[in-house]
Every structure is written in structure tokens, then in C-alpha cells.
Design a protein around this ligand. Structure first.
Ligand code: HEM
Length: 128
């Protein structure tokens, strides 16, 4: 399994589609996240599915359609603080549990997602 991509190791398109679906079910029930998202999550799920596919070494679905991800720039119109980043990661952790993603590769994937989530932070708490 050494030369497989993380995408292949988790089970490819089928696993990723389930992960994304479960993830946004948590997002829409999380009080720190839900207000940021539109009622209809279908297009968001689609773009996240495309993005995570290429992020994990699968086909470049996202860039083929939308160009360079520029994720931080695309998140600038939403107020994202530490609470939102942690909430996002919490939803992802639960979704990975429920999708049954195996532990070895899972830690690696989660570590990269943690960095990415913290990179999205664009609001800091005011000091007294
Ligand atoms: C889009 C929130 C982290 C990937 C979005 C949207 C919101 C959002 C509100 C836009 C939904 C819409 O189109 O109306 C957040 C928050 C995060 C976070 C609060 C907390 C840190 C991440 C991370 C990733 C990611 C870590 C990737 C691993 C994406 C992608 C899109 C998106 C690919 C679609 C971008 C586009 O094509 O417009 N996010 N996000 N987000 N997010 Fe996040």
C-alpha cells in the first residue's frame, strides 16, 4: 500500500462522498458554523467533494472546474475565528469516525486538515 495516495487508501470516490455528506450534516447542526452556510448545502458539498478529492491525491476535480483553490481568499467573506476552526475540525473528526476511515492514514489526513483549518482564521479576539 506504500505507493497509494491517501485518496486511494481511504477507498476513493465512494468513501469521500459519504464523508462529505456526513460532515455537512454535522456542520448544519453546529451553532458556530450553521449561520455561515446557505440553506441549500448541495453546491457546497459538491465543491468540497471536488476539493478533498484533489487534496488527497485523487483527480484534480476542483481546479479543473474552479481554477486555483485560493482557499483562504475564498473564505475571507466569512468571519472565521479559532472557535469556527475548532468546530469545523470537530465535525470532520465525527464524520471520519462515522465513515469508518482507518486510523493510520486518518491521522495524516487530519493533521493536514488541522493546518488548513487554522490557516482559514481571519478574525482574532480583541485583547482588553
Ligand atoms: C466554502 C466555512 C474550513 C474547504 C466554505 C463556505 C463557508 C466555509 C461558509 C462557503 C459556503 C458557500 O458557498 O456559501 C468554513 C469554515 C471553516 C472552513 C468556518 C473553518 C476553519 C475549510 C477547510 C477546507 C475548506 C479546512 C478544506 C480542507 C472549502 C471549500 C469551499 C468552502 C473547497 C468551496 C469554495 C468555493 O469554491 O467557493 N467554507 N470553511 N473549508 N470551504 Fe470552507
Amino acid at each position: 500500500t506504500d505507493n497509494l495516495t491517501p485518496y486511494e487508501r481511504i477507498g476513493g470516490a465512494e468513501t469521500l462522498a459519504r464523508l462529505v455528506d456526513i460532515f455537512y450534516n454535522h456542520v448544519k447542526r453546529h451553532p458556530d458554523l450553521a449561520p455561515l452556510f446557505p440553506e441549500d448545502l448541495t453546491p457546497v458539498k459538491e465543491r468540497q467533494y471536488q476539493f478533498l478529492t484533489q487534496f488527497l491525491g485523487g483527480p484534480t476535480l476542483y481546479s479543473d472546474i474552479h481554477g486555483h483553490p485560493m482557499l483562504r481568499a475564498r473564505h475571507m467573506r466569512f468571519p472565521i475565528g479559532t472557535a469556527q476552526a475548532e468546530a469545523w475540525l470537530q465535525c470532520m473528526e465525527k464524520a471520519m469516525d462515522q465513515t469508518g476511515i482507518e486510523s493510520g492514514i486518518r491521522q495524516q489526513i487530519f493533521d493536514r486538515l488541522r493546518l488548513t483549518a487554522h490557516h482559514m482564521i481571519n478574525q482574532w479576539e480583541q485583547k482588553e
